[in-house]
Design a protein around this ligand. Structure first.
Ligand SMILES: Cc1ncc(COP(=O)(O)O)c(C=O)c1O
Length: 412
């Protein structure tokens, strides 16, 4: 008789794990009604009282939350990166070093400002950009490094800042997954020169769609503000424009929801971390599946995805994808990292004519062996909402993994 659910045996998990996402109640409703009734639906012109704007309140609150001096709220996380790149002066002829394993927007944001994305390989221990690979990618054209805190696990900001300083290049942290994450007690987003966050529906801080740029630098903040506001400069007449720029302004509706969601974030982050710690401990007893070996400099991990690792050899030779299929059949909705294959393998990088970037680029020749290996054989992930329930949910996930481990003969 089969034991594993994939072969018709009983399922380990027969109920929803964690919570549905997003979490909301009448507080979000009231915040929205308040904006509707106020008649103030946008951040306002220069003459308006900034403190009356939900967008400005959100910018200040989130910047303070991430230990940054300035926040500029925008329409989404992709635009946050584009806005930051423009403010940093990145443009035609420049190269931007990005990790191979990320969401496509990290790289396309560079191309959208007419710069060339250069793919660095990842560190297989953390799935984050490898500082050694960054070093190998530096050229005379490098203008910025854009590390992603993959799954919310902070990239090695010590080494990245050291490399950036040595080569005098900007660091723009793609923090789309990392609300509340900390590196040595400092929250991510403005450890580098600038950072961009996404507030899209699945993210741990959300208002459906939205984004925010953070920086400690007054000049970069002023430029990002201008680039998000059709080239206006604060203090100058409203109908005077200084830059070729788009309108990336967030609405008051988005900001009202984001502010309310922000008030929930600490408790949610603590619950996720507590549950993840329990899961990681339980995995210590399972050969072939392990948690990321947490660096002590990661003082807080506000994760969007909890990335963990599979080792086929240690798991009795069962291929990762077979294990994953079996785990899903047991009722655990696991994945292989936030966004699938190394992004240079996407049709956009394989088939687009990038001649407009000014120098010949051929992404079909890019090869990042660790990113490819991790994606194909080692990466496992669980989305953040699964960690918002009780410890019992972690025990169910562990029970499913242990059951598969005990019955690998059924997978051969
Ligand atoms: C790493 C990363 N960067 C940027 C973005 C873009 O954010 P948005 O979807 O808000 O445009 C995402 C979205 O998932 C992301 O995961």
């Amino acid at each position: 008789m089969a034991h594993l659910a994939i072969n018709g045996g009983p399922k380990t998990v027969t109920r929803q794990l964690g919570k549905s996402w997003p979490i909301f109640d009448e507080k979000e409703e009231q915040a929205l009604v308040e904006v509707v009734r106020s008649g103030k639906w946008w951040r306002g012109g220069f003459g308006d009282d900034p403190s009356a704007s939900k967008v400005v309140q959100f910018e200040d609150a989130f910047a303070a939350y991430q230990h940054a001096k300035h926040g500029i709220a925008v329409t989404n996380g992709t635009q946050a990166l584009e806005c930051a790149l423009k403010a940093a002066g990145v443009g035609p002829g420049d190269e931007v070093i990005v990790p191979a394993l990320t969401f496509v927007a990290t790289a396309t944001a560079a191309a959208l400002v007419n710069a060339i994305p250069v793919f660095a390989d990842i560190d297989s221990a953390t799935y984050n950009i490898s500082p050694d690979s960054i070093k190998a990618c530096i050229t005379e054209h490098t203008r910025a490094i854009m590390p992603v805190h993959n799954g919310g696990y902070p990239a090695d900001m010590d080494r990245i800042m050291e490399i950036a300083e040595k080569h005098d290049v900007m660091v723009i942290e793609d923090s789309a997954h990392a609300h509340g994450s900390e590196w040595k007690g400092r929250r991510v987003g403005a450890i580098g020169h600038m950072g961009g966050f996404s507030l899209q529906a699945g993210k741990t801080l959300t208002c459906g769609e939205g984004g925010i740029v953070l920086t400690d630098d007054d000049d970069l903040a002023e430029k990002a503000y201008s680039f998000h506001h059709i080239g206006r400069i604060s203090g100058r007449p409203f109908y005077e424009f200084h830059r070729v720029a788009s309108n990336l302004r967030m609405t008051e509706f988005q900001a009202a929801v984001a502010l309310t969601q922000l008030s929930r974030l600490d408790e949610q982050t603590e619950t996720r971390e507590r549950n993840a710690t329990h899961l990681a401990r339980g995995l210590e007893e399972v050969d072939g599946v392990s948690a990321i070996d947490r660096d002590e400099r990661v003082t807080r991990w506000g994760f969007y995805y909890w990335n963990f690792t599979y080792n086929q050899e240690e798991f009795d030779g069962v291929p990762r994808d077979k294990f994953l299929e079996a785990l899903r059949a047991e009722g655990v909705p696991a994945g292989v990292g936030a966004h699938g294959a190394p992004i240079y393998q996407n049709p956009v990088f394989q088939h687009t004519d990038f001649s407009w970037l000014g120098r010949p680029v051929d992404f079909t020749k890019v090869h990042c062996p660790e990113a490819e290996r991790v994606h194909a054989h080692a990466a496992l992930s669980l989305t953040h909402r699964l960690f918002l329930g009780e410890q019992e949910d972690m025990d169910l996930i562990l029970a499913a993994i242990r059951k598969i481990r005990a019955n690998t003969d059924e997978l051969k």
